[in-house]
Design a protein around this ligand. Structure first.
Ligand code: COA
Length: 314
């Protein structure tokens, strides 16, 4: 196992980095929950299976885990830093900065994208990150009133486009891949395949197609499951939601919303809190629970955020 090492006179401690293992996932999820994020164990495990080669644990010289980073290298050019976490009793000792610099050295050819919580922007700015779009975490509860109001919303265009719920299958993955490549220039087919395969975690999928059957938007929704079926919650995360325009986004959201049990909690995180997202929030009686900032290590907005209402799936 390769062990990197930070020696810092003023801090007077060593920090070692080692690859994350499956045994670390529970601890990582607990830490993320403490930080107020919506990751659950199932998603953490799935991300680990897909992108775990780049996830690392920081330890003291005695082998005590004190933090982790989980960059998801999603394309040749782009990596999404999903999490950097340092245990509270080890913050302010330059450890976060060290982990960030190591990671950015390793993937120096990629643009890093992350969502900074409010108040954390300065940490990333010191590392050369630039401020991009405003982000928002929106939450609400599925209500009978809203369902009553939106359930009869008809076809959103007169040209034969439809919004449906489709079962997983090769055609769906192929079509999603094509849509993501065209609209965002990234492809997460392996991610989708893994996700739909998962028994506990299978998403609800709403899909919009134009009259020729071409995908023009999709939304996925998952239930938060902490580890086993006994940890299943009534909390749902609608993520991602990507659509060519606001009306399509609205119908996709509606299709998911009306399929959920009354009273369930729903959450989605928008990487660009633009006009279309505000309209969704209003229409479905949601609230903006917290805001943050999308930040980039190189070019700003490497993908077209105007079509993204909610992204990534966690
Ligand atoms: C954010 C976090 C990763 C920072 O790690 P850390 O080890 O405490 O930070 P460091 O000691 O390496 O700080 C490096 C520099 O950033 C600065 N900094 C740290 N947090 C900052 C903040 N919130 N705002 C502005 N500057 C900050 C430090 O003052 C230091 O500046 P210097 O290089 O001029 O001395 C850590 O506090 C953490 O894990 N918090 C909980 C989880 C979290 O919020 N993760 C990030 C979500 S966006």
């Amino acid at each position: 196992m390769s062990r990197d090492q930070l020696l810092k006179g003023s801090v007077n401690m060593e920090v070692h980095l080692r690859p994350m293992t499956h045994d670390d996932l529970k601890m990582a999820t607990t830490w993320e929950t403490m930080a107020g994020w919506t990751n659950d164990y199932c998603m953490r495990e799935m991300l680990f299976e897909l992108y775990g080669d780049s996830h690392e644990i920081a330890e003291t010289e005695d082998g005590e885990a004190i933090g982790f980073t989980s960059p998801n290298v999603i394309s040749q050019d782009l990596a999404f830093l999903e999490t950097i976490f340092i245990r509270e009793d080890f913050r302010g000792k330059q450890i976060g900065k060290y982990l960030m610099n190591k990671m950015m050295d390793t993937y120096s050819d990629r643009n890093f994208w992350l969502n900074a919580d409010t108040g954390k922007e300065g940490f990333y700015q010191k590392l050369g990150f630039k401020v991009g779009a405003k982000t928002a975490k929106c939450t609400g509860n599925v209500s009978e009133d809203v369902i009553e109001r939106v359930k009869d919303d008809g076809a959103f265009k007169t040209d034969g486009s439809t919004v449906t719920t489709e079962p997983a299958g090769e055609k769906l993955f192929k079509d999603l891949k094509k849509f993501e490549m065209t609209t965002l220039n990234i492809s997460r087919q392996s991610f989708f395949e893994k996700w739909f395969e998962s028994e506990l975690h299978k998403p609800i999928c709403a899909l919009a197609r134009d009259k020729d059957g071409v995908v023009i938007g999709y939304a996925l929704c998952r239930r938060l499951i902490y580890e086993t079926t006994s940890d299943v919650t009534q909390s749902y995360v609608i993520n991602p939601l990507v659509a060519d325009d606001g009306r399509i986004a609205n119908r996709l959201f509606r299709n998911i919303y009306i399929s959920l049990p009354i009273g369930s909690k729903i959450t989605f995180k928008s990487p660009n809190y633009h006009g279309g997202v505000e309209r969704l929030v209003g229409k479905f009686n949601l609230e903006v629970e917290s805001q943050g900032t999308a930040m980039f290590s190189k070019d700003l907005n490497p993908i077209d955020f105007s079509k993204i209402y909610s992204f990534f799936p966690y």
